[in-house]
Write a protein that binds this ligand. Structure first.
Ligand code: AMP
Length: 420
């Protein structure tokens, strides 16, 4: 062990379990790639103001959880706590929305940072795969994203997740609801901080997890009762499209989510095997965000799914992803001459697309075969001086135990045939 450890609230991904994380990222990305989403990558940090304005000055993410810092050059930056604001910033900066091809559909995968109180499923560094569809107001786009996330989770074999759905209204009806909710909250017996929150961001109070607060909220006015006609019609169509696609969801009138930019459709994927950190992913429509960060009006919708919690959900359901063995062939040289010859063959096999590894460090046969076993390779190639003198290597099938000589110049074609 070194003097150092991973910082609090972080952990390392190491083989073999790291392969599961890669597979989860890949499984979430696959339906997006298949649906017209292009890959976008933005820096790990941005101007701190982008998040303050984009995510919301009064959110926990901005007030408590952001890793903000000033550079030696005086720039005020923050490690990204989420992806949407950065992706929208990048799309606007590159004028993707002006190419006459709306919506701009983008997907991303990367690390995010929040200074949170660490616990199982809640880390200070975590990983998300996300999707954003920028510049179109169309219920089919909201439905598309929910369907793709559902597909991604199902393709991984997850079953015990639920989709919570709500509409947060728009700039017509939300202010009316906000005022009604505020009136109601002022009449409750709440602590000072919660009352303060009710003044700045009353919808967030609905999200309060404390039982005594939830009890008082039983008769709170609810957004669905305040939706204007346009928002009602929009939400109805999203629901009908999901129904037609056979995607099951639950209406949750109190679903607000922790970021301020959402309008209309909001949704969350929750997994029942995860305890308190049950949200595996979430998203919604953010029609006002572009203008909030200085862009034109670009109604948009997106989601982010958490890779860490998706892996925990797989564990909770006992799903074992069938990951292909990383190494197909393991080569074991016995002696100097064999090392040179076999190393050349390993390079040839790799060029032919066969995943091959080699026994390094001049190990004896016993130690090398231990490594071969551990690698999960289906075949081993063993060569000593006598084999080389005869122009062969010994090929061993690790499943059946069968072993026999193969001519040096037939190694690649023989293994290609055997591995299909
Ligand atoms: P949010 O941006 O808060 O809507 O988060 C989207 C998803 O990212 C959540 O559903 C989680 O799966 C994941 N996530 C957010 N914060 C954390 C965290 N601190 N640790 C692990 N995963 C997180």
């Amino acid at each position: 062990m070194s003097t150092f450890q991973a910082p609090k609230g972080t952990y390392d991904l190491l083989p073999p379990s790291s392969a599961t994380y890669l597979a989860v990222r890949e499984a979430i990305a696959a339906p997006l790639r298949n649906s017209g989403y292009g890959y976008v990558e933005t820096p790990g940090f941005e101007n701190v103001e982008l998040f303050a304005r984009g995510v919301g000055e009064s959110t926990d993410i901005v007030t408590k959880e952001m890793y903000a810092f000033e550079t030696k050059g005086g720039d005020k930056l923050a490690l990204r706590p989420e992806g949407t604001a950065s992706v929208l910033r990048a799309a606007l900066e590159a004028n993707l929305h002006k190419a006459g091809n709306l919506p701009v559909k983008l997907w991303y995968s990367g690390s995010y940072y929040r200074y949170e109180r660490p616990q199982k499923g809640r880390y200070r560094h975590f990983s998300q795969v996300g999707a954003e569809a920028i510049g179109a107001e169309d219920p089919a786009l909201d439905a598309e994203l929910i369907i793709l996330a559902d597909q991604a989770y199902r393709s991984l074999g997850l079953r015990n997740f639920r989709i919570l759905l709500n509409s947060l209204g728009d700039k017509e009806c939300r202010p009316v609801y906000r005022a009604a909710l505020q009136d109601f909250l002022r009449s409750l017996d709440l602590d000072e901080e919660t009352l303060r929150r009710a003044e700045i961001n009353p919808l967030r109070v609905l999200d309060d997890k404390r039982a005594d607060v939830q009890k008082q909220l039983a008769d709170a006015p609810l957004m669905p009762d305040y939706l204007c006609e346009a928002c009602k019609a929009y939400h109805k169509e999203v629901r009908e499209l999901l129904d037609a696609a056979g995607v099951v969801y639950e209406d949750d009138a109190k679903l607000v989510r922790g970021l301020d930019y959402y309008t209309r459709t909001t949704f969350e994927f929750v997994h029942d095997g995860l305890g308190s950190q049950s949200a595996v992913g979430g998203g919604g429509r953010y029609d006002g965000l572009s203008e909030m960060i200085g862009g034109p009006s670009l109604p948009s919708v997106g989601w982010a799914l958490g890779v860490d919690r998706t892996v925990l959900a797989l564990e909770a359901e006992g799903v074992d992803l069938q990951l292909p063995a990383t190494t197909s062939v393991f080569a074991v040289p016995l002696g100097e001459e064999a090392r040179r010859v076999l190393f050349g063959k390993v390079t040839e096999l790799r060029k032919a697309g066969i995943a091959t590894d080699f026994s390094f460090g001049g190990k004896g046969l016993k130690g090398a075969m231990k490594n071969a076993n551990r690698s999960g390779a289906r075949f081993t190639l063993v060569a000593g001086e006598r084999d080389l003198a005869e122009g062969v290597v010994q090929l061993k099938d690790m499943e059946s135990g069968e072993q026999g000589p193969v001519a040096l110049d037939a190694i690649v074609s023989t293994l290609q045939a055997k591995l299909g």
